[in-house]
Design a protein around this ligand. Structure first.
Ligand SMILES: NC(=O)C1=CN([C@@H]2O[C@H](COP(=O)(O)OP(=O)(O)OC[C@H]3O[C@@H](n4cnc5c(N)ncnc54)[C@H](O)[C@@H]3O)[C@@H](O)[C@H]2O)C=CC1
Ligand SMILES: O=C(CO)COP(=O)(O)O
Length: 319
């Protein structure tokens, strides 16, 4: 099986490094020719993963025809995925593995559904779960979920992606995997805001737990399996992202809670996803008060203290 990586940001670079460690020759495609040339020459992604050397078996290129493989890992932000697929017809009809976490704003679809929508002949999959790019790149122990409908193809891909430090679990539940990974980012923003405003660890635990209840309500209504949501791609990634300031979503939340500016160039998937999920929840009549509060903070200048007051004053419920 030949595998290439599309998108030379933090995660794409980390995945290419991980694959190279299996002994595979890997192409890493960057759309910006200067970025590609710089990485190819310096053997480093100085912008996103400074200090981590690219193994010799990685070729970085901006020429898509040099990066084509049976299997393509798509490591671009969720809101750019459709643009990538539409502008790169060379990717058509392949095994396309989404390596992003989010829900598309315009369509309210997750990454697997967007691949299906753009390219009905592609075989879509998703690689997701708790992992920081820097940890994978440094070879620290990590476990991810690979979701793909065809389980025998899943077994081959699982083997190809596994390294001594990267353990891959497999599922056929693409809906659960893509929604768990997308929705946890929204909850991480809420947790960061609570911590940034000094509301305390107990408030964060409440937001994580009730946030997980929201994830389950939405994802199960869309056909996700509960065991997937309880696994790496759901509960696992929620835990990591809501508790680590390595997470950009959490840090974005911290800045909201502290009333500080945040660099708009940094990829924060949970912001657009919160808007998309709030809209979808409304269409489906699903109660998602924490997601609504995050949209309030991002779009309507709601303060986390006000959001918390609203959450606390809701009518009493059974758990
Ligand atoms: N950084 C991390 O620790 C992890 C990130 N992810 C996910 O990976 C996805 C990408 O995130 P990062 O790599 O961290 O972001 P990043 O901001 O470091 O890199 C994104 C890359 O996508 C490229 N890109 C943007 N639009 C494009 C287009 N239309 N065509 C081709 N390339 C395009 C950009 O040039 C950039 O190199 C996100 O969905 C994120 O949630 C998942 C796990 C870990
Ligand atoms: O998805 C991630 C961890 O699993 C990375 O989180 P951020 O996108 O918030 O940095």
């Amino acid at each position: 099986m030949s595998i290439s990586v599309i998108g030379a940001g933090a995660f794409g670079t980390a995945l290419a490094i991980s694959l190279a460690r299996t002994g595979m020759a890997v192409s890493l495609w960057a759309r910006d020719p200067n970025h590609a040339a710089n990485m190819q020459n310096t053997r480093e992604n100085t912008a996103r993963l400074p200090g981590v050397a690219l193994p010799d078996s990685i070729t970085v290129t901006a020429n898509i025809s040099e990066a084509l493989a049976d299997t393509m890992l798509l490591a671009v932000p969720m809101q750019k995925m459709r643009d990538l697929l539409k502008s790169t017809p060379e990717l058509n009809s392949r095994l396309l593995v989404a390596c992003c976490k989010g829900v598309e704003l315009e369509t309210e679809l997750g990454p697997v559904a967007v691949i299906r929508d753009c390219d009905p002949k592609a075989t879509p999959a998703i690689l997701t779960g708790p992992s920081f790019a820097a940890d994978i790149a440094r070879g620290l122990p990590t476990a991810l979920t690979l979701a793909i409908a065809d389980d025998s193809l899943g077994q081959s891909l699982q083997q190809a992606l596994t390294t001594p430090n990267l353990r891959i679990y497999r599922t056929t539940d693409t809906i659960g995997a893509e929604l768990g990974g997308a929705l946890k980012n929204v909850i991480a923003i809420a947790c960061g805001a609570a911590m940034g405003a000094g509301l305390g660890e107990s408030a964060r635990a409440a937001l994580m737990t009730r946030g997980y209840a929201e994830v389950q309500r939405m994802a199960q209504a869309l056909g996700a399996r509960p065991d997937t949501l309880a696994g790496l791609s759901g509960f696992g990634d929620l835990t990591l992202t809501c508790t680590s300031d390595q997470s950009r979503n959490y840090r974005f939340g911290l800045s909201l809670g502290r009333d500080e500016p945040f660099d708009p160039q940094i990829t924060v998937e949970g912001a657009a996803t919160a808007r998309a999920v709030k809209a979808r929840a409304k269409h489906m009549n699903i109660d998602m008060p924490i997601t609504a509060a995050v949209v309030g903070m991002i779009d309507h200048n709601l303060k986390i203290t006000q959001a918390m007051e609203m959450l606390l004053s809701r009518p009493p419920k059974e758990e």
